[in-house]
Design a protein around this ligand. Structure first.
Ligand code: 6LC
Length: 417
């Protein structure tokens, strides 16, 4: 009769396993014995040959894969959406105060309701993720819709009920405390309005909830507000950030702390910096739209990976420290041929609580007027942590005065996992 410990040794050789893993990002094999895969693929790992390389299978192909790119299956992650934490952050007033204090944001939504007030008469509106209900109250007070469904999953909904009564909208506005995806409604809606935009447009991925609710509850021909959204990018200088976080270590009270610069690079510049206030004078080129989303046709699966190309001509000599991104959203008119309204969170518009997002490169690059910076940006949703993504920027620099020069690099910025 084998002792328990002996039987364990026989059956659990620490290397031989057969376990499903999910690819966190793309891997392109550099040798015949390696196995390529795409972010989100499921791989069957047969043997953890060593710490860094495992023997795995995908759709009948076998090969070595880098273990750092893999994560145990989603069932392993107790809460891929982190809803507990997410909705509790919206349960207090702090974030609502910040959003309500953002005048350009809130005023744009008010303007949308005012300029469509006649067409909203008798319509059914859903305000998805209504928070304190400000957009629903705009509808109830500035237009005459038949009904407004104010949907809010967090505990702030208790306050929303009181605000609806206090502002005499209870006969039009109904508050539903629920995740919008779980709603059972009396009818489909004519208009689905939501303020869902996160850092770099998509962070938090509340947009997935908006699309799912659109597919289930928006009438054919119904209106999405925002109707479309775009992500803009510009090559930029960031002398202040570079000096405060990197040059800072070179001469500290007469001492040399420069050996900490690689640590500073990792700690301060390996992730995007949000709420960055880009000075228009630090734009090295005319910004360009790299991604455009049509909210009437965008699908949830499109959100996994979105990418766009760019090609900038440097318009002023300076230092390329990185790229800055921001978004705009557009609100089409309910009236045929009516003009759209825009909420622009860029450096040339009135500042919003989002400000902009700065992506610092691994080292400043001198650029001259006429140089060309081309490349692509890819927003890759995290296959495990569903509210997160990584942003990869590939860029190459061609110099006007030196046709033989061509520097090509790529950098991946997790936001935030
Ligand atoms: N990040 C920006 N700009 N706005 C975030 C706005 C988020 C608000 O919408 C609510 N919310 C988010 N997702 C859902 C959902 N699926 N169902 C119901 N309520 C939801 C949150 O609790 C916040 O109050």
């Amino acid at each position: 009769m084998l002792e328990m410990s002996e039987s364990e040794n026989i059956h659990t050789n620490s290397n031989i396993i057969t376990q499903e893993f999910i690819a966190l990002e793309d891997f392109n094999a550099t040798g015949a014995e390696q196995l390529s895969f795409t972010a989100g693929d499921t791989l069957l790992v047969h043997e953890q040959v060593c710490t860094d390389w495992w023997w795995a299978e995908r759709s009948g192909c076998f090969g070595y894969v880098p273990s750092a790119f893999l994560h145990r299956g989603v069932e392993d992650v107790e809460d891929a959406w982190q809803d507990e934490e997410y909705f509790s952050t919206y349960g207090t007033l702090k974030l609502h105060l910040e959003m309500l204090s953002d005048r350009p944001r809130t005023e744009t939504y008010r303007q949308v309701i005012v300029s469509n007030s006649a067409a909203l008469r008798g319509k059914v509106v859903m305000d998805l993720g209504c928070g304190t209900g400000i957009i629903s109250l705009f509808c109830g007070r500035l237009a005459q819709p038949a009904a407004v469904y104010a949907v809010e999953a967090s505990s702030v909904a208790e306050h929303t009920e009181k605000l609806v009564k206090l502002n005499r909208c209870e006969d039009v506005v109904t508050v539903f405390r629920s995740r919008a995806e779980d709603l059972m409604l009396p009818s489909k809606v004519d208009v689905l309005v939501s303020e869902w935009m996160g850092n770099c447009l998509l962070f938090e991925f509340m947009v997935e909830s908006v699309l799912r609710v659109r597919d289930r509850w928006l009438k054919d021909g119904g209106m999405m507000w925002p109707s479309s959204a775009s992500l803009s990018l510009v090559p930029c200088q960031a002398h202040a950030d570079y000096s405060q976080k990197m040059e800072f270590w070179e001469n500290l009270y007469g001492l040399d702390f420069s050996c900490l610069q690689p640590v500073a690079q990792e700690e301060f510049f390996s992730k995007p910096k949000f709420s960055h206030q880009l000075d228009p004078d630090d734009c090295l080129s005319t910004p360009c739209n790299v991604i455009s989303l049509d909210m009437h046709t965008l699908s949830v699966s499109d959100l996994e990976k979105l990418s766009g190309e760019f090609r900038f001509t440097i318009e002023r000599s300076g230092t390329l420290h990185g790229f800055t991104a921001w978004f705009s959203t557009f609100f089409h008119s309910l009236d045929e041929g009516g003009s759209s309204l825009e909420l622009n969170t860029g450096p040339h518009a009135e500042s919003t609580h989002w400000k902009q997002t700065l992506f610092m490169l691994d080292g400043p690059i001198g650029v001259e007027e006429g140089d060309c910076v081309g490349g692509a940006i890819t927003l890759q949703r995290n296959p495990i942590w569903r509210r997160h993504m990584s942003i990869t920027i590939e860029w190459r620099i061609k110099r006007r005065n030196d046709p033989t020069f061509c520097e090509e690099k790529t950098k991946r910025f997790p936001m935030w996992r």
